[in-house]
Write a protein that binds this ligand. Structure first.
Ligand SMILES: Cc1ncc(COP(=O)(O)O)c(C=O)c1O
Length: 365
C-alpha cells in the first residue's frame, strides 16, 4: 500500500504552547486554528489545547465545526461575521467576533433590539479592530474612536476588546512593527477593554505587542515565524512530519536523464530513488534541484521535476538503501522551513497544502 502519511504530533503542539507561555508570560493565549489548524486537523488540534484560554478561526464554518465537535472554549471569528445570518449564528453558537468595518457595526445596531428581546440573556463579546498600518482589515484611527463610542451604546454588546494586526513582525529590522504598536497605543489610550496585537512573530520578537492576549498560529505548529531561521532556534518541535517511502530504485549511466522534460542529467553513474509523494499530495511542484529529502538518517538531493505522484532523488552509486525505506519530506529531522526556502515559498503554504490523498495520523505520545 502507498504509505504517504502526515503524522501529527499533538504532544509537540502542547510543547509549543508551553514555549509561547515562556515567551509571553502572563498573557492569555488565543490559539489560531484557521485553515484546518494550518493543515494539522482543526478538531484534533483544538482538542489538545487544554492550556490556552481561547481559539481563533477565520470563518463561521470553522467555528461551527469546533462547536459540533463539543469544543466549549471561547471561539473568536477573526474575520468577523459576513452577514446578518452569520451574526445570528455567532449568537447561536456563542462565538466572539471581530468587528473591523462599518457594515458590521450597522448590522449590530440593526439587530441589537431584536436579539435582546429574543435572547435577553445574551451578551456578545466583540474585538474592535484598528487598522494600524496593514491596510487589510480594521478601522482607521478616527473611525476606530467613533466606532468604539458607537459600539459601547449597542446593548447586546457587553464586552469590547481592542485589537490590531502586525504586518512585518517577522522582520526584526523592519520598523513598521514599532510604528504600528505606537499607533495602537495612541489610538486606544483611555479606552476600556483587553488588548491584542501579537501573532507568532509578535510573540517572539516584539514584547511590546503582547498586551493582554497573544494570537499565535504558526509557532504552535513548530515553525519559526521569523525570517531565515527555523523552529529549533526557539526550542519548538515540529507538529507535522510528512513521510513516504522509497518504492523504486534505478541505476543510471552518465548522460541518462530523469523525469518530465528530462530536466536532470546524471554526470556519473548513480542510483535514482523514486519516492511516493508528489504535488498531488501537496509536495511543492517548484521545489528546486537539491531540495533535501531525509531517508534513514541522511539527506539526499531532489533531482528532476516533481511529478503528481512521485519525486526522484539522487542516492549516489554506493547507496545501500532498499525499496521500502522511509523518506521524510519535512518534519522531524528536516525542518519545513528549509523545504519552503528551496520551493521559494513559506512554511504556511506547505503545511496548509497537504492534500486529502495523504493519510493523517494523530499521535499523543
Ligand atoms: C488576525 C490574525 N491574528 C493572528 C494570526 C496568526 O498568525 P501567525 O500564524 O503568523 O502566528 C493570524 C494569521 O494570519 C491572523 O490573521
Amino acid at each position: 500500500m502507498r504509505s504517504t502519511r502526515a503524522i501529527i504530533n499533538l504532544k509537540a503542539v502542547k510543547h509549543n504552547v508551553s514555549i509561547v507561555k515562556q515567551l509571553a508570560p502572563g498573557c492569555k493565549i488565543m490559539a489560531v486554528v484557521k485553515a484546518d489548524a494550518y493543515g494539522h486537523g482543526i478538531v484534533q488540534v483544538a482538542n489538545c489545547f487544554t492550556d490556552v484560554e481561547a481559539i481563533a478561526v477565520a470563518c463561521m464554518d470553522e467555528a461551527i465545526k469546533l462547536r459540533e465537535a463539543a469544543i466549549t472554549k471561547p471561539i473568536i471569528l477573526l474575520e468577523g461575521f459576513f452577514s446578518q445570518g452569520e451574526l445570528r449564528q455567532a449568537i447561536e453558537y456563542d462565538l466572539q467576533t471581530v468587528v473591523h468595518q462599518e457594515s458590521q457595526l450597522l448590522e449590530l445596531e440593526k439587530l441589537s433590539a431584536k436579539i435582546l428581546s429574543a435572547t435577553p440573556d445574551y451578551q456578545l463579546k466583540v474585538w474592535l479592530k484598528l487598522d494600524s498600518g496593514m491596510n487589510r482589515l480594521g478601522f482607521e484611527e478616527q473611525d476606530f474612536i467613533e466606532a468604539y463610542q458607537r459600539i459601547k451604546q449597542i446593548k447586546v454588546v457587553d464586552t469590547v476588546n481592542l485589537m490590531s494586526h502586525l504586518a512585518c513582525a517577522d522582520d526584526i529590522k523592519n520598523l513598521m512593527s514599532k510604528e504600528q504598536i505606537k499607533k495602537f497605543n495612541i489610538t486606544t489610550k483611555g479606552m476600556q477593554g483587553l488588548r491584542s496585537m501579537a501573532n507568532s512573530a509578535g510573540v517572539v520578537a516584539w514584547p511590546e505587542s503582547h498586551y493582554d492576549w497573544v494570537r499565535p498560529g504558526i509557532i504552535l505548529y513548530g515553525c519559526s515565524p521569523m525570517l531565515g531561521i527555523n523552529g529549533l532556534a526557539h526550542h519548538l518541535q515540529p507538529a507535522m512530519t510528512l513521510e513516504s517511502q522509497l518504492f523504486a530504485i534505478r541505476n543510471l549511466k552518465p548522460g541518462d536523464k530523469v523525469g518530465y522534460g528530462s530536466a536532470w542529467t546524471a554526470q556519473k553513474s548513480t542510483k535514482i530513488g523514486v519516492i511516493a509523494i508528489g504535488y498531488g499530495d501537496g509536495y511543492p511542484r517548484h521545489a528546486k534541484e537539491g531540495t533535501p529529502v531525509w531517508i534513514e538518517g541522511k539527506t539526499y538531493p531532489l533531482v528532476g521535476k516533481v511529478s503528481m505522484d512521485m519525486i526522484t532523488v539522487d542516492l549516489g552509486a554506493d547507496c545501500k538503501l532498499d525499496i521500502g525505506s522511509k523518506a521524510v519530506l519535512w518534519g522531524e529531522g528536516l525542518p519545513v522551513e528549509t523545504i519552503a526556502e528551496f520551493a521559494n515559498t513559506i512554511p504556511y503554504t506547505l503545511l496548509c497544502g497537504v492534500t486529502s490523498r495523504v493519510k493523517f495520523k494523530w499521535k499523543n505520545d
